[in-house]
Design a protein around this ligand. Structure first.
Ligand SMILES: NC(=O)c1ccc[n+]([C@@H]2O[C@H](COP(=O)([O-])OP(=O)(O)OC[C@H]3O[C@@H](n4cnc5c(N)ncnc54)[C@H](O)[C@@H]3O)[C@@H](O)[C@H]2O)c1
Ligand SMILES: [Zn+2]
Length: 353
């Protein structure tokens, strides 16, 4: 069973060098986006072990996670003579780890890769678990493959330049991991100081979140069972994301998930008696930190329609992961249209809209 080394490093130079010497690649390729090229890459670019590496940067932003940029990476690898003994290092957010991971999965039927996540979302979610891919035909992550990175290197100073929105976006996935794991971690998360992503407490929480995701994906790498737990908050969240996109005002993924979690915790309390006090505290927290995503009852049919199209749905019924308490997970739960409308009514009530 292949596995990924998860390296939480304070000395990225030494740890990257150590990691690379373990593979002795014949050539090293590095992929960044236009932001991480200027904000993060300079920290490691001068390393002796990278002195002969080949560098490619693609434009930043999820709309560039597409076939054109994937082809650019293939072209780059092919032109420079990459082989299965070469290695691709992806330094960036989830856009880069997804696209670069898929380039590595597909080039010459698979070459090794290392991820260096530079956003919280990439650290706690996208870089761990081996899902890679690109958007295609207007659909998110439509084309992709499972391809585990050889290693993921987490280096906190990279998070310093993240804006608050991107910080909160990644933090929402940490909240999801908290809900899937235990009350102690959940309480720690809610009392974190979000203004200081470099604090010891914040980094410990990131690490815990990475380990929760790794633990789940290791038990179910191809999403046949337990991995579906990671879909918590995502059925409703993806519908909000799609609606925002249709309105021409896209929202960050994690924000959609924060609001989606609120909706799905409501269903959890309705179907499984998820504790109301935890739900109330979460609602307060979301309003404070993430604000409100505006919907009216006119949006319900579109939201319902999006949920029926969610990729993770295996049948016509709308599928949810729900909880009876923190860490008590119920997979493959379904809700009908009336129950979904009730959930959206609750969301609007709680948001005061
Ligand atoms: N494979 C998976 O399991 C998985 C899981 C969750 C999300 N994803 C994917 O991840 C992507 C979202 O990830 P993301 O939020 O990291 O997006 P992203 O990579 O687009 O990064 C968000 C923005 O932050 C910038 N950025 C990156 N690092 C920075 C830094 N250190 N300082 C300042 N700015 C920085 C990027 O250039 C970009 O503009 C989506 O494509 C999503 O589908 C994949
Ligand atoms: Zn997500």
């Amino acid at each position: 069973m292949p596995f990924t080394s998860l390296i939480f490093t304070e000395n990225i130079e030494a740890d990257l060098k150590k990691e690379l010497s373990g593979y002795a690649p014949n050539q090293i390729f590095m992929l960044s986006d236009s932001n991480t090229q200027t904000l993060c890459l300079p920290v490691i670019r001068g390393l002796r072990c990278l002195s002969e590496a080949h560098f490619l940067s693609i434009p930043a932003g999820d709309d560039h996670k597409n076939i054109e940029n994937l082809a650019k990476v293939w072209q780059f690898l092919s032109q420079e003579g990459a082989t299965r003994k070469s290695i691709l290092i992806n330094i960036g957010g989830g856009m880069i780890t997804d696209l670069g991971g898929f380039a590595a999965a597909s080039f010459k039927r698979g070459i090794p890769c290392i991820h260096i996540p530079t956003t919280i979302l990439a650290a706690v979610d996208a870089s761990v678990g081996g899902k890679t891919g690109i958007n295609f035909n207007g659909l998110k992550n439509e084309i992709g493959a499972f391809h585990l990175p050889k290693a993921v290197l987490f280096y906190a100073p990279f998070f310093k330049s993240l804006d608050r929105q991107n910080l909160l976006s990644g933090y929402a996935e940490m909240l999801k991991h908290g809900l899937l794991s235990n009350t102690k971690y959940w309480n720690e998360l809610l009392s974190l100081n979000l203004s200081n992503p470099e604090s010891v407490e914040f980094l410990a929480a990131v690490k815990e979140s990475v380990l929760i995701k790794e633990n789940i994906t290791e038990q179910d790498p191809k999403e046949q069972g337990l991995r579906k737990a990671l879909n918590l908050g995502h059925t409703a969240g993806h519908a909000f994301e799609s609606l925002a996109l249709k309105r021409g005002m896209p929202i960050l993924h994690g924000y959609a998930i924060a609001w989606g979690l609120l909706c799905e915790l409501y269903l959890s309390s309705k179907f499984f008696g998820f504790p109301k006090d935890i739900l109330q505290r979460y609602i307060h927290f979301v309003r404070e930190e993430y604000g409100v995503f505006h919907i009216t009852c006119k949006d319900y049919p579109g939201l319902y329609e999006s949920m029926t199209h969610d990729k993770k749905n295996e049948s016509k019924a709308i599928n949810f992961t729900l909880l009876s308490n923190i860490g008590e997970i119920h997979l493959d739960q379904t809700a009908n249209q009336a129950q979904i409308e009730e959930m959206l009514d609750f969301y609007r009530d709680m948001m005061g809209i």
